[in-house]
Ligand binder design. Structure first.
Ligand SMILES: NC(=O)c1ccc[n+]([C@@H]2O[C@H](COP(=O)([O-])OP(=O)(O)OC[C@H]3O[C@@H](n4cnc5c(N)ncnc54)[C@H](O)[C@@H]3O)[C@@H](O)[C@H]2O)c1
Length: 148
């Protein structure tokens, strides 16, 4: 497939995929062209789904954390596109859950990505939010529409 973004072909891009060992990321890196680097701390995944791609040097893998700002700042240099999928995807509340970890990774981690983009002049990001936010946004928009 000949994917492109804003007229630039992905095959010519340097792409950083955060959370690239996860469910979406590991499938995505098998599909898209480009010079791909994955950063993942493997907190909720394993290397297995992308091991073949790493071994055959189709992608570069960095075991690292998006909370490590200095690391992010280093590896986002020269990147054309960030596909940001690193997250604690299971943010559903239950009493024993440590929600502070969710907050840190999903909020501060995302801030770290955007701040390193700003400092290194990275122009493009694709970000997949949790469907929960979409539901909340749709409900909010519906309420606003019905109020007018
Ligand atoms: N799977 C779905 O159906 C779906 C649908 C809509 C949106 N999303 C969103 O897409 C994103 C990815 O979803 P997924 O299903 O692939 O989740 P996933 O849990 O399979 O993948 C997330 C990856 O991020 C990594 N990770 C977690 N914390 C990290 C950190 N601090 N530093 C580096 N890596 C870290 C995990 O090890 C894992 O490999 C999430 O934001 C999720 O909410 C998923």
């Amino acid at each position: 497939m000949d994917y492109s973004l804003k007229g630039q072909k992905l095959v010519n891009m340097r792409i950083l995929v955060t959370g690239g060992a996860g469910v979406i990321g590991s499938n995505l890196v098998k599909m898209i062209p480009g010079e791909i680097t994955v950063i993942d701390n493997l907190s909720s995944s394993t290397i297995d789904p992308i091991k073949e791609l790493i071994d055959s040097e189709k992608i570069k893998f960095i075991k690292g954390d998006i909370l490590d700002f200095e690391l992010l700042r280093k590896i986002t240099k020269g990147i054309d596109l960030i596909i940001h999928l690193a997250a604690n995807a299971d943010v559903r509340y239950y009493p024993e859950k440590n929600t502070y970890v969710d907050f840190k990774v999903n909020t501060i981690g995302t801030y770290n990505i955007m701040e390193s983009m700003r400092l290194n002049d990275v122009k493009n990001i694709i970000f997949s939010s949790h469907h929960l936010f979409m539901v909340m946004r749709i409900k909010y928009l519906l309420q606003r529409t019905m109020a007018h």
